[in-house]
Design a protein around this ligand. Structure first.
Ligand SMILES: [Zn+2]
Length: 419
């Protein structure tokens, strides 16, 4: 068994940290200097290894180890290199570095696969910079809606199209050209990524094998309108209290979530933002208005729809009983993605063969892998244990855990690149 080049991986993590450190955490801003520096570094190390380098119209970076039969669709592995502001060093970067450390070890031991194997550094996965999700992978797969190019970066006011052009990309080709990645050019995509929750560490698993990536059903700007009233002068029976209505909704949905879990549904339900109207609310007033949002996630569309049904049922019941008005606002959905069965089997075999305790688990967070899967490219994901969550400076991945994930990545890439 060939072992990934951990020394190279450690060097790359160190250098990425050094060029991305912002005084608090790591910032690799989408299509800005932060992301570009990371791409330059990875390209430099990739070409030093002898890999072929190229970029597509959206400036996704492809580093390819040529196979013996170059006419065959390639095997892709990788992830994104951008980060949220003041984030951690591993979210995204781990997948790219794992791919490079695997190819480095193959090159060192003169292993040449049948198919091309390409490590892809995907652009713009984090939707915090532009209000568009998965810009890089969508562009490569021909899925980017043209109006996304007019989206404005939150901190500079410049558009996505402008950013791409300034860096040497071609928005025109993204919209009108042939997609860089399709079933004709790629036979599989494997994304290694840190887990962004506590499941693997809590259960002392070496790696996670992702079963599917959750889709979401969201109400991002919901309101409850009741009636403002004097807190001392208004009897309980005469109130239309928006806070109480919201509390009842939360309570009802928490219970419903538990029941659905007991029935075998996998889902999450979150009220992540809740505010009274700050201009009008006061400690001595019954609250007349609540602004809130709901984020429901599952890898099963039927589960999303069922929970949505229960939300609406609760809303109807509570508004009638308390005489308040709910407006859920626009419903926004994203599609769940199923990971490829054969690839999952391959990952399972590799983990068993290497004596690694593994865990089959859905991904509650979204990933580029979902775009590949929904485009019909066989896709799989490997999760690595990671303490302290993600999207913060405390992300903490141990190199021994990274090593386990990279070994399994090496096995599956070798397997499918020789089919
Ligand atoms: Zn990520």
């Amino acid at each position: 068994m060939i072992e990934p080049d951990l020394e190279l991986a450690q060097t790359l993590f160190n250098e990425l940290y050094a060029i991305g450190y912002d005084g608090i955490g790591v910032t690799r801003d989408t299509y800005g200097p932060g992301e570009q520096r990371a791409h330059d570094l990875v390209r430099l190390y990739g070409t030093k290894l002898g890999l072929e380098a190229r970029v597509d119209a959206a400036l996704n970076l492809y580093l390819t180890l040529p196979g013996r039969d170059r006419g065959l669709p390639a095997v892709l592995a990788g992830s994104h290199l951008d980060s949220v502001p003041r984030g951690g060093n591993y979210d995204g970067a781990a997948g790219v570095i794992a791919g490079l450390s695997v190819l480095a070890s193959w090159i060192k031991s003169d292993r040449r696969p049948k198919r091309d194997v390409t490590v892809i550094s995907i652009r713009a996965e984090e939707s915090v910079w532009f209000p568009v999700s998965y810009i890089g992978s969508k562009s490569a797969l021909g899925l980017l809606p043209p109006d996304a190019l007019d989206a404005v970066r939150f901190d500079t006011g410049k558009t996505l199209g402008q950013y791409m052009e300034e860096q040497g990309g071609s928005p025109e080709n993204i919209v009108n050209g042939t997609p860089a990645i399709s079933n004709a050019t790629a036979c599989a995509f494997i994304e290694l990524h840190i887990e962004q929750g506590p499941v693997l560490i809590d259960n002392q698993n070496a790696i996670g094998i992702v079963t599917g990536i959750c889709g979401s059903l969201r109400y991002r700007s919901a309101t409850i309108t009741g009636q403002y009233a004097h807190s001392g002068a208004t009897p309980r029976t005469h109130r239309h209290d928006a806070v109480v209505a919201f509390a009842e909704l939360v309570h009802e949905m928490q219970e419903r979530w538990q029941v659905m879990e007991a029935e075998g549904h996998e889902l999450t339900l979150t009220f992540g933002q809740v505010n009274t109207d700050l201009k009008q609310s006061d400690f001595s007033k019954v609250a007349g208005k609540i602004l809130f949002c709901i984020d429901i996630r599952s890898r099963d569309v039927a589960t999303l729809d069922l929970m949505d049904y229960y939300v609406r049922l609760a809303v109807a019941e509570i508004s009638a009983r308390l005489a308040v008005h709910f407006n859920l606002g626009e419903k926004i959905r994203s599609q769940p993605a199923i990971m490829d069965q054969a690839l999952r089997r391959g990952l399972t075999n590799s983990a068993k063969h290497r004596g690694l305790k593994f865990h089959n688990m859905p991904s509650g967070a979204g990933h580029d892998a979902a775009m590949f899967a929904n485009k019909g490219i066989p896709t799989a994901m490997i999760f690595i244990p990671n303490a302290d969550g993600s999207h913060n400076p405390d992300e903490k991945m141990e190199m021994k855990d990274f090593d386990n994930g990279a070994r399994v990545l090496s096995d599956i890439l070798w397997d499918i690149s020789n089919q």
